[in-house]
Write a new protein. Sequence first.
Length: 440
Amino acid sequence: MKIKNLFMMLLALPLAFVACDNTNDTPVTPNTPKYDIEMEMAAAVQVPSETNGLKDSEFYIVFGDEAETTMLTITLVNAKGETTIEAGTYTNANGGILLGYSGLKINDKPVAFSEASAIVTLNGENFAFDITAKTVEDKKCHFTYNGPIYSMGSEDDETEKSIVNNNFACGFTEGSGNIANNYYVVLANVKINDNMDAANATYCIFDLYSSVNSGTVPNGTYTLDSKNSGKAGTTGAEYTYVYNTDSNGKYESLVEFTEGTVTVSDKKIEAVMTTAEGVTYTIIYEGSLTFDAISTLSDDLYLDSTTIDIVTKQHEWSDASLTNWTIELFDDFDAKSGLYMVVDIICDANASDYSGTYNASYMGNVNSFFPGSVDEGYLVGSYLTMLLNNNPTDTNAPISTGSITIVCNADGTETFTFNCEDDKGNKITGTLTGSRVALN
């Protein structure tokens, strides 16, 4: 594999590591460690630490395979604070590997690690790596590499830096007077807390103003405004910056900008900002931009069951021509465990049953379902969760948009077909069929 080709692959870096299913089902013989993914890598490149807001003692290394379909990234930490990669055993458990900067891309699909270790040995200018890892979906991985580690970048590269973040938060203030609606966006390489004091963190802050009042950051281009006017289509320079912390979560450095733009599109923010010294930062985030999201889903959900237990309740409505049904769907009504969904619909009171297609609406109109929301700390409307011994787990999601089609079948069963999304944009699709539970 030509090292130039790996440099081309690196244009997509840093990686946004999220779960992805890429398994190798090749049978293995008994007593042989089984790996879902096992590869020998063909080349290695070290990306400058400052490109990702890392310290000089933290080494962002990208490996590529011969077929140019797989990129493996491992970020090592020199425990002594030295600026060279030393022989030894590095793990996320001992702080030697930064999981937030480690993972895979297979055919451009990102895969996150839940744990990783690397045994590094030196032979002159060459390195030998023996890397094992487990993905967030419990796929076991094994990678090896023998050879030099090339350096990415030159003196010219010092004027261009790239930061890719995979965590998002947003504060919102409604517009007033001459000040437009304010979206205070924070992107980071770590989970974001109120104090922004996580260790080894890079926080990218954008003070955006828009004429749109929404629960998600509005699409558009926002131009850096040195006057901090608060006008729609601007980002205030005073509160637009990159903030870095040290290993103790304390302030380490601040980068401010003199010009640039922030472009927001569907599930993506891309900023190109320039400092007074002429250094241009490209800052990218891809993911949900809904800042008041309730859902804890991290991916699309597909529903497929023919044994659902159904419990229904009919309620009077203010308009006598309509009626309200709350329909509960259980994986197992008796055990109160597994999937639990509520479908909250408004239908024609004169209809023989509630068969029909219902679209999301808060208006309470005929053939609609109420989207999920939170009321006094409880999910209401249409939503899903997982139960364990009649207790809700941490998995929950409102059904926010889309349509639900219900068919009351001739055999007494009922079929629910979902073509919906939660408030993060995760798709909730598929079909559930079952029968009503006979209640005492």
